[in-house]
Design a protein around this ligand. Structure first.
Ligand SMILES: Nc1ncnc2c1ncn2[C@@H]1O[C@H](COP(=O)(O)OP(=O)(O)OP(=O)(O)O)[C@@H](O)[C@H]1O
Ligand SMILES: [Mg+2]
Length: 286
């Protein structure tokens, strides 16, 4: 996987003169996986800046680096090069324990397959990150977040007694309860039927609009992507396009163009115009 050699670009909204404190900044983040075979450059100098209270979708062909981007931004993995700042603070360079502490206090993560602990109740699952962080679990916080997400009546149930959509709402509650600087979600509706998926997306958007949460979501679904205020497009480990105020049809058109590029040489002929759009983003952040 290679970038197209245009160099690092910055996309985003922070510092553009809006309300914006910066929730997330990536500067020239590169990730190379060294395996048994050829090293794989999964991220190739990605720079972006997202203001607090924004909802951003990340799209791109399979293998374009979306999950790698989320994992590096969320401190679940370390970039090979470049910097990641969450809520203005750089991911700590120390050991795994330090990184884990940082994640627990700053970051929420929602996975496609929920990742709930099967033998704990809903309330216990939501309280778990706080308990692991050694903080007294504040019963009121857990109840409040469950109520807010419309699942207060499920507090005493176990995950196996819930639908997929309910389990994902519990996972979102668990991610939100520590009031993270950024909530990351990797295909949070990927395992859900359409109606449950829409509920989860509406919840994420509400958390942004009503509570100023910052959300970054990877998705393959143009309709899901259009719930966000902005869509960033990745190809070959680089940001190649962005779309503010997205509508699903336009997202689908741009994805089709990228998929065509991914199926061919890896750099579509229409990419110059796209690169310009991202460059405009970088001016706004400068
Ligand atoms: N742990 C790993 N070791 C080696 N290569 C990896 C690893 N994880 C990902 N890759 C490679 O890095 C590239 C980007 O992978 P990534 O999972 O970030 O893509 P993605 O955009 O999330 O794809 P998908 O849409 O299929 O989930 C791919 O070429 C992938 O094979
Ligand atoms: Mg992925």
């Amino acid at each position: 996987m290679r970038g197209n050699g245009v160099g690092p670009r910055t996309a985003g909204t922070a510092g553009a003169g809006g309300s914006g404190r910066e929730a997330l900044r990536l500067s020239a983040v590169t990730k190379v996986y060294e395996g048994a075979g050829q090293p794989v450059t999964a991220l190739d100098g990605v720079s972006l800046s997202l203001a607090t209270g924004t909802f951003t979708s990340v799209m791109g062909p399979s293998g374009s680096g979306k999950s790698t981007l989320l994992q590096c931004a969320a401190g679940l993995d370390r970039p090979t090069a470049g910097r990641v700042l969450v809520g203005g603070d750089e991911l700590p360079g120390g050991g795994e324990a330090e990184l884990t502490r940082f994640r627990r206090s700053r970051i929420g993560f929602v996975f496609q397959d929920y990742n709930l602990v099967p033998y704990l109740t809903v309330a216990q699952n939501v309280a778990l990150p706080q308990r692991l962080a050694g903080r007294r679990s504040r019963r009121g916080d857990v109840a409040a977040v469950l109520d807010r997400l419309g699942i207060g009546e499920l507090a005493g149930r176990q995950p196996a007694e819930l639908s997929g959509g309910q389990q994902q709402r519990v996972a979102i509650a668990r991610a939100l309860v520590s009031r993270p600087a950024v909530l990351f979600a990797d295909e949070p509706t990927g395992a859900l039927d359409t109606a449950s998926g829409r509920q989860v997306l509406a919840l994420l958007r509400e958390s942004v609009e009503q509570f100023g949460q910052t959300v970054v979501m990877v998705t393959h679904d143009p309709v899901a992507a259009a719930y966000a205020g902005r869509v960033l497009f990745l190809a070959d480990g680089a940001l190649v396009d962005e779309l503010p105020d997205p509508d699903a049809a336009e997202v689908a058109r741009r994805m089709a163009r990228l998929d065509a590029g991914a199926a061919g040489t890896g750099s579509g002929s229409g990419s110059d115009g796209n690169a310009e759009a991202v460059h405009v983003g970088s001016q706004a952040v400068a």
